[in-house]
Structures are given as C-alpha cells and as structure tokens.
Design a protein. Structure first.
Length: 375
C-alpha cells in the first residue's frame, strides 16, 4: 500500500484536466495570464480574502512576502523548529535570523507559551511565523494576541493547510498575510510546483505582485529587486479544475482520520500509540483540521516503520531532524536539548497513509499491522 496514490485522484479528472492543458497549449499564454487570474480570484473567494497572488511555489510565496516586508539582516523572525525546512530557510535567505520557539506536543504546532517567552527575550523581532502543520491551525487567537502585544505581524505558513479553519477564519487568512503550497502531495496539488500568497493589505499585495516579476510593474522598469516567482498558467488551470473538489477531499481525509482513531482505540493500542490531538478549543467554534497528514507518535518508531514496510505499507517521517539541529543552521549555536518537544516529535512521529481514496480495508490492514507489531 503506497503512502500516497495520486493516480486515484487523477483518473476521474483526467478529461477535464487534459482539456485545460490543451487550452493553455493552444493559447500559448504560458506564464501568469488569464488562467492565473481566474485561479487567483477563485482562491480569494474560497478563502474570503481580498488578495491572492499566484507564485511559483510555497517557498517563493514566503520569500517574496518577507522581501515585501523588508525583513533582512539584523532582524529576527520567530517560528517553530518542527516544520519543513522552507519555513526557516526563507528567513535565512533574506538575511534575517530564524529564532525558534518549541512546540505543543499534542498538535505539533508552536506553543503560545514558548512563543511568548521567546518574544520577551529576543530583540528586533520583525515577524512571527506560525505553521499550520499537517493541516491543523496553530493557536491563532493567542498568537495574534502576542503579535499585537509585541507589535509584529503574524505571517501564516499555511503550506499544508488550504481549507483548514480556525474559529477566527480560514487558515492563511487570519493573520497579516499567509501562503499556500500546491506541491503535488498537498491537499490541493499541482502537476509540479506552485504556490500562493494571500493578504488583505492593498499596498502589500501590489508589492508582492511586482516582486514575483523582478520588482517591475511597468515593463523593464524595476522599482524593487524581486525575483522570478511566477506561477505557470498550466498549474493555475489544473488547480482551478481541482479546487471545487477540495472540501469534499478534506471531508474524506477527516473521515479517514476518524476511522484510524476509532480503529486504533478498538485495537487496544491507545497506550502504545499517541493520536494527533484535535484543537483544545471547542469543535463547535468552526475549527477544521484537514489532515494533509495523519501523524501518530510511538516510542519504537523506526522499528514500527520497518515492520509496516515489511508488510507492504508505506509511511513517512515528518520530520526526522528539527530545524535547530540542521547542519546549515549550526551558526545559530543550538544544541540537542534546546527544544525538547520538537526533538521528541522528531524521534516519535510517524505519518500513516491518508488520502480521500484510501479504502476502509486498507485502513483496517494498517491498524492490524500496527497491532501485530505491539503483540
Ligand atoms: C510547512 C511548509 N512550508 C513551506 C513549504 C514549501 O512549499 P513548496 O514545496 O511549494 O515550496 C512546504 C512544502 O512542503 C511546507 O510543508
């Protein structure tokens, strides 16, 4: 059983997607253009946010935003050490210093208490970047409060969380600005790389639009130093075909998460397996985890993973090395023990197969195979 099987999603959409690709090919309008504008409008409407700007990737969406906010050398940006590399990589690429605050063990997201303590002791903080990891919103109410208290913008890394909701709004659109990734493994996946930055502020949106095109609004007049962060028309067109199905897919993922929870409990595995925690805030508040990943925690993780692999079940580890211990960040001067919760998550977390087309008997087999490991 593969960890993710994208062919099952593609099969029923094949004709519609190929028709869109053909239209783009016939038009030869290949970069940005009307397909991109239509998709940007659709995302803005879906998220109820005034500005959605198509970018070449989630990474470039973040990079352009940090550039637009003039974050650079001498500045600090506070984020989680337990995320995909890009979150902190972009901070370093603009010349700023990534400063980490540890996570909450239950949700894997940045801990508001740790964030508050970090903000208190860190000079020149220019932004806070919470990550809605695995498709679940971070504690945005407390994080926004801290942003206000310390006078810094909250920028949401919603790369894994398009369609997730918090009581305060749609993931990516709660703080000052945010971004999504459409990498193929995301809930809304392109046929290659693509991303989107979203924001409310007109001037910021205008600058990001210019920055994605080498900082020019008028052809060959460069007001800012930007980059080539443009989205391809083919990606925008394909994503636009898929977007209307996103909520249905998210529901399918939530149902599969629920199935795992119940089956793991029924199998008597509650002691051995720690399930991902849904938010501490009440569910009637409109919060929605969209399970880009279903991540359990176990103490003998690598042995369990090998056992599942030997029985034909693909799994993944997100993420084996927390960012403060990455070789490229050794200049930050961290050592093991600095962020114990992130380090423990890196040792214990295991992502099980989850996608809307995953069959019940496949899920049952996953849980039975986990049970056979602990017997
Ligand atoms: C949390 C997080 N941030 C940023 C990114 C970067 O997105 P992309 O791969 O589209 O550049 C990803 C993608 O995996 C991600 O998971």
């Amino acid at each position: 059983m593969p960890f993710l099987d994208l062919r099952k999603q593609y099969a029923p959409l094949k004709a519609a997607i190929l028709a869109e690709i053909e239209q783009v090919a016939d038009s030869q309008n290949l970069v940005l253009g009307p397909k991109t504008e239509a998709f940007e409008k659709a995302i803005a409407a879906y998220c109820d946010v005034p500005h959605a700007i198509g970018m070449s990737s989630g990474t470039d969406a973040e990079l352009a935003l940090l550039m637009a906010l003039d974050i650079g050398p001498g500045d600090a940006v506070v984020t989680t050490p337990y995320t995909f590399f890009a979150t902190a990589g972009c901070i370093a690429r603009v010349g700023a210093r990534p400063v980490f605050a540890d996570i909450e063990p239950g949700t894997f997201n940045i801990s508001p208490d740790a964030l508050a303590a970090t903000l208190r002791k860190t000079p020149r903080v220019k932004a806070i970047i919470p990550v809605h990891l695995f498709g679940q919103c971070a504690a945005m109410d407390e994080i926004l409060q801290l942003g206000k208290e310390f006078g810094v913008p909250v920028l949401e890394d919603a790369a894994q969380a398009l369609g997730a909701r918090h009581s305060l709004g749609a993931a990516g659109c709660i703080g000052d600005s945010g971004w999504f990734s459409f990498y193929p493994t995301k809930n809304l996946g392109a046929f290659g790389d693509a991303g989107m930055t979203v924001c409310r502020d007109d001037a910021l949106a205008r600058k990001i639009r210019a920055l994605r095109n080498h900082g020019m609004e008028q052809r060959y007049h460069h007001q800012w130093i930007g980059g080539n962060f443009r989205i391809d028309a083919i990606q925008a067109a394909i994503l636009h075909v898929k977007l209307p199905l996103l909520d249905e897919w998210s529901t399918g993922r939530r149902e599969r998460a629920d199935f795992y929870r119940k089956a793991i409990e029924r199998a008597g595995l509650s002691e051995a397996v720690t399930l991902p925690r849904e938010p501490a805030w009440p569910s009637e508040s409109g919060c929605r985890h969209i399970y880009n990943q279903f991540v359990i925690r176990v103490s003998r993780r690598d042995a369990l993973r090998a056992h599942l692999q030997a029985n034909g079940i693909g799994t993944e580890i997100y993420y084996p090395i927390p960012l403060h211990l990455q070789e490229c960040f050794r200049d930050l001067g961290h050592r093991e023990g600095d962020f114990p919760e992130a380090e423990r998550a890196a040792r214990e977390s295991l992502a099980l197969p989850i996608f809307p087309e995953l069959a019940e008997e496949q899920q049952r087999y996953v849980v039975e195979t986990i049970a056979s490991f602990f017997r």
